[in-house]
Write a protein that binds this ligand. Structure first.
Ligand code: NAD
Length: 357
């Protein structure tokens, strides 16, 4: 049994589905179901007894401790976070609460649980913290990519809160000897991505005939990794990562935002052509995000060399799969955009909570 936090979100739900496709080991999935957590991401597991979903907050240490005592997982894979940079600019408090205090609470519960283990269970326990390349700050055009020893220089409340959580995880290794691992990954894309993020936003706006917003000059560079490749990297680090180590995860796919949007328009022009003209005509430049980092790039040689991990998808193959997935899953997109899934969660969980009283 492993405990996954945030397993109803974009990457977490991909991780849980992939895990249960590849393993028989059950997953307990703890998620608060914020606006970003969506149980329909896990619909394929509804009847699967190996998937135990628990609605709960990682900040609720007593609840986490009860779950650990009851299910005795051999590992925690920690995805739960507030994850959207724009939202962190408008309401940073929630980012501190979940990403910093929540990770702290989770570490405390995990430490108490791990301390009480003995023998192989204690030696084999792992706490894997999923983090981002944004903690390293921004690069100039000629700078080498981020390595695991690049100094932290976060620039947004989101990246600062993730940096703080990374430091706490590190401290629990050095202070208490807790068996932790951290991954810092570049931008992910793929199925079940919430449509506030660049790639799904562009796909849905394009098809709805709406403007395709580009921040500033669109020349901000990001490294892109297909979500399934991020999940395989996490599995590999969990399996064989050296305790206390950090592994950068990336796809060697540096692209300017504008290039990504052009690629999406070109794929849509082929897979779902408009009556006339190209989707590129919908591109609209909007005011840049404050403090917008110019370039992120990941040096993934450590995980490749030490753990033999390599991404299976190139950007060309992964992005085509992704566009096709959105075209094939319009009901999911409509549900997320209308907020219907949130209403469903509130009705269902309110009913369950009343039943418990
Ligand atoms: P997401 O926003 O799609 O999902 C986050 C999930 O966490 C949601 O299901 C949400 O309900 C849950 N959650 C939020 N607060 C919670 C709380 N207090 N208690 C329990 N659950 C809570 O995020 P994502 O894009 O899937 O990212 C997952 C993790 O990966 C994050 O830690 C993020 O920093 C990291 N990461 C993301 C990317 C990316 O490109 N998306 C890249 C690198 C690292």
């Amino acid at each position: 049994m492993i405990l996954v936090t945030g397993g109803a979100g974009f990457i977490g739900s991909n991780f849980v589905r992939d895990w249960l496709t590849l393993n028989d080991e059950p997953v307990i999935n703890l998620d608060k179901l914020t606006y970003a957590g969506n149980l329909s991401n896990l619909a394929s597991l509804e009847q699967d007894p190996r998937h135990i979903f628990v609605r709960g907050d990682i900040c609720d240490t007593a609840h986490v401790s009860r779950l650990l005592a009851e299910h005795k997982p051999r590992a925690i894979v920690h995805f739960a976070a507030e994850s959207h940079v724009d939202r962190s600019i408008h309401s940073p408090g929630e980012f501190i609460s979940t990403n910093v205090n929540g990770t702290f609470g989770l570490l405390e519960a995990a430490r108490a649980y791990w301390s009480g283990l003995t023998g192989e269970a204690k030696d084999g326990f792992r706490f894997l913290h999923v983090s981002t390349d944004e903690v390293y700050g921004t690069l100039g055009p000629q700078d080498p990519p981020f390595t695991e020893t690049t100094p932290y220089a976060p620039n947004s409340p989101y990246s600062a809160s993730k940096a703080a959580s990374d430091h706490l995880v590190r401290a629990y290794f050095h202070t208490y000897g807790m068996p932790v691992l951290t991954t810092n990954c570049s931008n992910n894309y793929g199925s079940f991505h919430f449509p506030e993020k660049l790639i799904p936003l562009i796909i849905s706006n394009a098809r709805a005939g709406k403007p395709l917003p580009i921040y500033g000059d669109g020349m901000q560079v990001r490294d892109w990794l297909y979500v399934g490749d991020h999940c395989s990297a996490i599995r590999r680090v969990l399996e064989a990562g050296r305790l206390g180590e950090v592994y950068n995860v990336g796809g060697w796919n540096e692209l300017a935002n504008l290039e990504v949007v052009h690629t999406l328009c070109d794929i849509l022009d082929t897979l779902d052509p408009k009556a006339s003209g190209s989707y590129r005509e919908q591109i609209t430049y909007v005011q840049d995000r404050p403090g917008h980092d110019r370039r992120y790039a990941i040096d993934a040689r450590k995980i490749e060399r030490e753990l033999g991990w390599k991404p299976a998808e190139t950007f060309a193959t992964g992005i085509r799969k992704t566009v096709q997935w959105y075209l094939d899953n319009q009901a999911w997109v409509r549900d997320v955009q209308s907020g219907d899934y949130l209403k469903w969660v509130e009705q269902n969980y309110a009913a369950r909570d009343t039943a418990k009283e």
